[in-house]
Design a protein around this ligand. Sequence first.
Ligand code: URA
Ligand code: CA
Length: 438
Amino acid sequence: MRMVDLIEKKAERQALSREEIEAIVRGYVAGRIPDYQMSAFLMAVVFAGMDQRESADLTLAMMRSGDQIDLSALPGVKVDKHSTGGVGDTTTLVVAPLVAACGGTVAKMSGRGLGHTGGTLDKLESIPGLRIEQSMERFFEIVSDIGVAVIGQSGNLVPADKKMYALRDVTGTVRSIPLIAGSIMSKKLAAGADAIVLDVKVGSGAFMRTVPEARQLARLMVDIGALLDRRVVAVITDMNQPLGLAVGNALEVREAVELLSGKIPEGDPLFEVCMLLGTHMLLLSGLAGDEAEARAKLLDALRSGRGLERLRRMVAAEGGDAAYIDLARIDELCAVRRKIPVYPERDGYISGMNAEKIGTAAQMLGAGRATKDDVIDHAVGLVMHRRFGDAVKRDEALCTLYVNDEKRLEEATDCLRSAIEISGARPEPQPMVYGVVR
Ligand code: URA
Ligand code: CA
């Protein structure tokens, strides 16, 4: 089997066999296939696609490239959630403890942010002392005690994805439905959960820019999960504006603490997406009979403070100073040299937002990485004061920038401004949820 023949076969839009796909993934991980051939192959997949069977074979080959975690020693249904990547998406820090407070078991391995999207590990590391690297023994112990642990991926989970994603990132081959499905599902399946709720984002801040594309990705991932006897549900949610108001690491932890403290009202997009994800996690765990019961349980866990208490216990168990997980102390993590308001150029209504640009503005201030070796500043970022459809006035701040290093302040301010479209008429409301795929 020569790699050049497989590249040509895919470029000619033929389906590859399971053996061929395994040979490519194994050969690349082992270093027998060079980056230039893999790049050509990935680009062929971008243009020619893969059918469902090929996508499943790719996922399995990737999953088997490294360790697979066996969570069967933990009691009950192990449930995980995953977002395809968004801006201001702090749902994990809200939903994982809430589900645990409702009796669920959440043993979660999370990732770092890259580019304009944030990662849960970076958010957690804004809490002093917290260590995202934990031994498997300690991970199991925390989940057994508290019902929830969110930690970094073990060193050898899906090495094929580490290598392939790094290559895709620099060869324009990220945005391919089979490649995204393989990347996400290989990691989720290797991490061992019985049930997985996927949040497929669609819009200006997401990999999927249209609802039909998002639906196709959701369908493919649900079907791949079913082939491995995992229960997978995908929700398709809006990313045409940041999900929460905060974009930045400690700022998003603060917003999660606010939500879990009852300071964010029902109907708020972050609140509602958390309820939706939590609902499906409880349903898949067998902890609620229907959506109404699941929501009632989640609301009770939230209002009684049990959700916040779980987050606090998890933070403490991972070595973090849980005293900060409190409305009275959380601001200390968001202390910066300057807080700079940004005003709109005219009166009107927000008729469009580019969530990717808003994420990029926060990244320019130091909240995110452009390359994986960049060092992030956990306190910086931005907080939006207005959402899509809101009225804005020239003398009322749209947003506050949280700034330490002013090197790229002007660029970040311009980027943020260019992300907000203002018009004279109030726009039609946009949906928050586009569908659920089972
Ligand atoms: N998230 C992933 O983990 N992989 C992708 O390919 C895209 C988003
Ligand atoms: Ca995220």
